[in-house]
Ligand binder design. Structure first.
Ligand SMILES: [Zn+2]
Length: 817
């Protein structure tokens, strides 16, 4: 690594930290007079310089970093010029005098496309996965922002001092310090606006500063003349950086196409590995390109984006080849990493042009995926297709993934369970999934990359990560300071829960921080509950629920959502906001439901990027889906352009998960097929979320009646049959192309089922006097919209019927027989 690049990144990361101090009412060490103004330009720059001097360890707090931090508004010297240019590219605005300091931040999701009704802001707080903190509030910031800023600033400085002390000890290194500092900035400046761009403060100090750091690192190699020219006119044709994107393909099949011999922990282990792999590839890229961690824009869910210097393309191609060989050796062509680059000219950081550049990069990534493994040439390419073919060696074939391996062996789960043949890779995934159950910390060691010789058989996930320079351990307790292995260069320990963070202390080569990870595991008798056991926790019918959800129109949100405002900092803010929800909040929500609402009923297989996959007791899955949809709407301030869709399927505990996963995806697609999406598919029928919520209310009433014996179970069957008759009619009209009347009105669905239903309801109301009024109201809801409401009322009846399905308890004879 080049220390200059890291120091420039440090300068970029801290250049605006003085804004935080300024709003907290910190006076600063310098009297603000004409002389000070001529030195620094703006007061925040002098406060940034104070922070650097007092709270960053020597020798990093002088020279390059000092210039970048203190003088970015009065650029004298290379470092100051670089940070000044990076600052303007990152913000995508011409330099102008800052207006009044904005006090609270408008969440970016409330601002996309149509925009949320009303104004929303994030309360000032250190980042934690709690509702009061993560969810925006409506109106304008009340209370006393300055006092809140002061409290937050004091906490931040106290943490920065602890970090300074740890990083002043012998053996400290800048890369470790930067990693810890970035974690601190995320925690304390995620909801602090960096400035009021175009009069709206919707970019956090965190995102603006880390992107300034990323651009400063890109510019490290430019000559003085270029830097001067860019400082004069950043909006130029000159190329200033390289946008690098990576996409792992084959993910769906890799996770879900394992046979029924693979238990849920294996699935969990595989999906966690893909997350680790995404981060490990991103970290490896940064290392090969000699870039600090701040250069990463985003890594998650198999996707990654980072900024490199404009001359980095040949190195990216080398990395591509290295990783292709690695994945081919260990995953036999099941997984592929596509990398692509797109040079960025200075002017592309302005006026929303960045969205177009991003689109170009996506096109390049798509084309790269179509030529998977082509970079390896003919000889290696042959291997992709040779592998996976049956060599006829039955006892070497793994019964989970079907790959042959010399070390495949029989594994038994217990005395009574049958033994299955499993390859080393599959056994390692199961162990990894199981280890997550109790994990509170993720320990990541950076090691010199070790690539196994190509003629060796496929290894486990550990071998893949080792070749990327990473060794991983899951821990229940924080590691000792001295835990660093002899061959490790440095390490990070990341708390998987907010509560676990407080026990972490940084050390000279140990960075600390928080890793967002949805890690919800149901237990039964001290181990991960099986599919069957989860199904048994359901109310009513014993079924496993398979839930998949993802954000609607995500590409459009990124592409058009920001419009003219598509700046680098804002794109970074948007991707961070989506992660906060899917990796931070979904964890808190599912954890709460798994502990309090229905114990040990939910298993998180994956949640990250913008999508999620859960398995659990079916009724718990319905509640979880409802909560996630409602919370996502609230998280976006009820912006009508921001929503998600999902699908839930019910299967028996013994049903193959890979089939169920596919069916859940089909259900999700069915929901996304509705006009406007924003829908949910359940029991084979897709409904917009607001209609689904009405159905859920209907269920509450129907379920209560049946449970309390106020209405006979036959009421449910009556409604279900009416729905079937209605659906048949809809289908017939659709086939005959008669969905509209001659006058162009939507065709009605009148048929004998309507008078029959009315008659039966009237008779029931006569008999069950206690609920006669409610039955009348039900009939009115049916009449609504020319009886089309039977579509969701019928669904509610089926749902209530499943909740009240009587379970045949197994007798002892049956269990032992
Ligand atoms: Zn296997």
């Amino acid at each position: 690594m080049s220390e200059q690049t890291y120091l420039l990144a440090l300068g970029g990361l801290l250049h605006d930290i003085g804004k935080f101090a300024l709003r907290a009412g910190v006076g600063g060490g310098r009297i603000w007079d004409d002389e000070a103004q001529s030195d620094y330009g703006y007061k925040h720059a002098s406060l940034s310089a104070d922070f650097l001097r007092d709270d960053v360890p020597a020798p990093w707090n002088s020279g390059v970093a000092y210039q970048g931090v203190a003088l970015h508004h009065r650029p004298q010297g290379r470092a100051a010029l670089i940070v000044a240019v990076a600052d303007r590219l990152s913000a995508g605005e011409r330099e102008k005098a800052p207006g009044a300091e904005p006090l609270s931040m408008r969440p970016i999701l409330t601002r996309l496309l149509e925009g949320a009704p009303g104004e929303w802001y994030w309360p000032l707080s250190a980042l934690r996965a709690e509702r009061e903190i993560l969810f925006p509030q409506e109106g304008v910031h009340s209370g006393s922002p300055e006092r809140e800023y002061k409290a937050l600033w004091d906490e931040f400085v106290a943490q920065a001092k602890i970090l300074k002390e740890a990083s002043s000890a012998e053996g400290a290194d800048l890369a470790t310090y930067l990693a810890s500092l970035q974690h601190l900035l995320l925690r304390y400046t995620w909801c602090i606006p960096s400035a009021a761009y175009h009069a709206i403060p919707d970019v956090s100090l965190y995102d603006h500063c880390r992107m300034t750091a990323a651009l400063a690192a890109c510019l490290a190699g430019e000559d003085d003349e270029t830097l001067q020219a860019l400082a004069q006119a950043p909006e130029s044709e000159r190329e200033v950086a390289l946008l690098v994107g990576g996409d792992i393909s084959g993910v769906q099949d890799f996770i879900y196409t394992i046979t029924p011999r693979g238990a849920l922990p294996a699935l969990r282990g595989r999906s966690f590995y893909l997350q680790l792999l995404t981060e490990a590839v991103a970290a490896y890229l940064l290392r090969r390109l000699e870039l600090p961690p701040t250069s990463l824009i985003y890594a998650g869910g198999g996707h990654m984006y980072l900024l490199a210097s404009r001359t980095a393309a040949p190195k990216v191609a080398e990395v591509q080849e290295y990783i292709s060989r690695l994945l081919l050796q260990h995953h036999g062509g099941d997984l592929y990493l596509a990398l692509a680059c797109r040079p960025l000219a200075g002017k592309e950081f302005f006026a929303g042009r960045l969205a177009k550049a991003w689109q170009d990069l996506s096109d390049r990534l798509r084309r790269a995926k179509e030529r998977r493994f082509a970079e390896l040439g003919e000889a290696m390419h042959g291997l992709v297709f040779a592998d996976g073919q049956d060599q006829g060696n039955q006892d070497r074939e793994c019964q989970v993934c079907h790959h042959e391996h010399p070390e495949t062996k029989e594994v038994s789960e217990g005395e009574e369970a049958p033994a299955w043949r499993k390859c080393p890779a599959c056994r390692a995934f199961e162990d990894l999934g199981d280890a997550l159950r109790r994990a509170k910390y993720l320990y990541l060691e950076e090691i010199p990359p070790v690539m196994a010789p190509l003629d060796q058989p496929a290894g486990t996930y550990r071998d893949v990560l080792a070749a990327l320079g990473l060794r991983v351990r899951l821990m229940e307790r924080p590691p000792a300071e001295t835990a660093l292995a002899a061959d490790a260069l440095r390490a990070q320990v990341l708390a998987l829960e907010d509560a676990a963070l407080g026990r972490l202390r940084p050390a000279p080569r140990l960075a600390v921080g928080r890793q967002w990870l949805v890690n919800v595991t149901p237990e039964k008798n001290g181990r991960v509950a099986s599919n069957d056991e989860l199904a048994k926790v359901s109310r009513g019918i014993e079924r496993l629920g398979i839930l998949r959800m993802d954000v609607d129109n995500l590409g459009r949100l990124f592409g058009e959502g920001l419009g003219e405002l598509a700046t680098l900092s804002r794109v970074a803010s948007l991707s961070l906001a989506i992660r906060l929800f899917f990796e931070g909040w979904v964890e808190a929500l599912a954890q709460e439901m798994n502990r309090r609402v229905k114990a040990d009923s939910i298993y998180s297989i994956y949640s990250g990027g913008d999508d999620l996959f859960f398995v659990g007791a079916w009724d718990a899955m319905v509640s979880l889906a409802q909560r996630i949809a409602a919370d996502f709407a609230a998280f976006a301030g009820h912006n009508p352009s921001v929503h998600l869709s999902g699908g839930l399927v019910l299967v028996e505990g013994t049903y193959p998960i890979y089939l169920a996963a596919r069916e859940a995806k089909e259900a999700e697609d069915q929901a996304k097929g509705l006009p406007g999406k924003n829908a949910f598919s359940f029991l084979g029928r897709a409904l917009p979320w607001d209609t689904f919520e009405r159905a859920a209310q209907e269920v509450e009433q129907l379920d209560g009646w049946v449970r309390d014996k106020k209405a006979p179970r036959s009421l449910l069957r009556l409604l279900m049959r009416a729905q079937e008759a209605y659906e048949a009619m809809v289908e017939r009209q659709r086939r005959e192309g008669a969905t509209r009347t001659a006058a162009g009105e939507p065709q009605g669905y009148y048929g004998p089922w309507i008078p029959r239903l009315e008659y039966m309801l009237a008779r029931l109301a006569e008999r069950e006097k206690a609920i006669a009024a409610e039955l009348g109201a039900l009939r009115d809801r049916l009449r609504e919209d020319a009886y089309r409401s039977i579509g969701w009322i019928g669904l509610a009846a089926r749902w209530a019927e499943l909740l009240n399905r009587e379970r045949k308890e197994k007798t002892n004879d049956e269990v032992s027989g």
